[in-house]
Design a protein around this ligand. Sequence first.
Ligand code: SF4
Length: 74
Amino acid sequence: MHRETPPRTRIRIDTDVCIGAGQCALAAPGVFTQDDDGYSTLLPGREDGGGDPMVREAARACPVGAIRVPEPEA
Ligand code: SF4
């Protein structure tokens, strides 16, 4: 029987808001990087943050609040 994978914590970057300040990539270089235009993007396979505690720090560091880190389900 097919079972659905439980929803994972997915980080979301609001690219309409991102100004390419790079603070996220600086704070959590294992999760965030910058694309060719300098905007934030997630590293492949790190869409859920990979358990990196710095993800929240990166979200805090973003000057425009473009990063959403969903709370893990209790
Ligand atoms: S810190 Fe915020 S504004 Fe800067 S690149 Fe990251 S998401 Fe974009």
